[in-house]
Write a protein that binds this ligand. Structure first.
Ligand SMILES: Nc1ncnc2c1ncn2[C@@H]1O[C@H](COP(=O)(O)OP(=O)(O)OP(=O)(O)O)[C@@H](O)[C@H]1O
Ligand SMILES: [Mg+2]
Length: 233
C-alpha cells in the first residue's frame, strides 16, 4: 500500500519549469530514497509534497487525502514530518526548547522527549545547549528529533547527511536503521549514495525535473551506467 503518491507533478518558479511531470510513490512502512545531482529538483519536489510550493498541475495523495492544494501546516498535522534541507535549527533556543516546539499540536503517538533522547543520547547530553552551540551532526539529530516529536506517519528528510564527516554519517546510519525497525515510513533525499543504498528499499533518480530511474537500491548500485550518467559516480 502506498503511504504517499505524487502523480504528474509540474512545479514552476516563475517561468522556470522545474518539475516536469514527476510521479513518485512511497510504500507504507518502507524507505524510499530520491537521488540526483545538484539542482535537478529534489527539494522542489519535497516542497511541493509538504505544501511550501504549489504544483501548477498534478496530484499528491497522502493515504486517501488529496493534499496538493492544502496549506503546509495542515499537511504537517495530517502526519508528514519534515527534516528540511539545511536543518533550520534555531540558534538561540535550546535543544529541548526546539524539541518541544510542536507540543501544542503534535499528534498522539509513541514519540516524546524520552524516546527521542533514547534514540539520540547525544541530544539528551546537550539538552540545555543552544542551537548555535551544536555541531553539524547534532543539528541533524535535532532536526530529525524535532520532526519525530510530531509523531508523523511519514518522515521526509531532505539531505540529513549534508556537510557531515563520514564517521558522523555512519553514526546517523545506525540510528536511522533503528528508526526504520519501528516501521516508520520514510522518504529520504540523499546525495550520499552509500547512505541511501544502505537504507532504501526503493530508489528514484531524478534528472532535470524528471524521474529517470525507479527500482531497487541493489539494481541501481549494480548499474555503473546509470550511476555514471545521472549521479556522476
Ligand atoms: N526559490 C526559488 N526560486 C527560483 N528558482 C529556484 C528556487 N529554488 C530552487 N530553484 C531552482 O530550481 C532548480 C531545482 O532546485 P532544487 O533546490 O529543487 O534542486 P535540488 O535537486 O534539491 O538540489 P540540491 O541537491 O543542490 O539541494 C534549480 O535550478 C534551482 O536553482
Ligand atoms: Mg535540495
Amino acid at each position: 500500500m502506498k503511504a504517499l503518491e505524487a502523480t504528474g507533478i509540474h512545479t514552476y518558479y516563475g517561468e522556470s519549469h522545474v518539475l516536469q511531470g514527476v510521479d513518485l510513490g512511497v510504500e507504507e512502512g518502507a524507505v524510499t530514497s530520491l537521488l540526483g545531482r545538484n539542482g535537478v529538483g529534489k527539494t522542489t519536489l519535497i516542497r511541493t509534497i509538504v505544501g511550501f510550493t504549489r504544483a501548477r498541475s498534478g496530484t499528491v495523495m497522502f493515504g486517501s487525502t488529496a493534499i496538493q492544494r492544502m496549506a503546509s501546516h495542515r499537511i504537517a498535522r495530517l502526519g508528514i514530518g519534515l527534516v528540511p534541507q539545511g536543518r533550520r535549527i534555531f540558534r538561540s533556543l535550546t535543544v529541548e526548547e526546539q524539541l518541544l516546539l510542536p507540543a501544542s499540536w503534535r499528534a498522539k503517538g509513541e514519540w516524546d522527549l524520552d524516546r527521542v533522547y533514547q534514540l539520540f543520547p547525544r541530544l539528551k547530553e546537550r539538552r540545555q545547549h543552544l542551537g548555535s552551540q551544536l555541531s553539524g551532526g547534532e543539528q541533524s539529530m535535532l532536526a530529525v528529533g524535532r520532526a519525530l516529536m510530531t509523531n508523523p506517519r511519514l518522515l521526509v528528510m531532505d539531505e540529513p547527511s549534508e556537510g557531515l564527516a563520514p564517521v558522523i554519517i555512519q553514526e546517523l546510519e545506525r540510528t536511522f536503521k533503528s528508526l526504520i525497525k519501528t516501521g516508520l515510513t520514510i522518504l529520504l533525499v540523499e546525495q550520499n549514495f552509500g547512505l541511501a543504498m544502505a537504507l532504501a528499499d526503493t530508489v528514484y533518480v531524478m534528472s532535470k525535473g524528471q524521474i529517470v530511474y525507479t527500482g531497487t537500491a541493489q539494481d541501481l548500485s549494480e548499474s555503473h551506467e546509470l550511476r555514471h550518467q545521472y549521479l556522476g559516480i
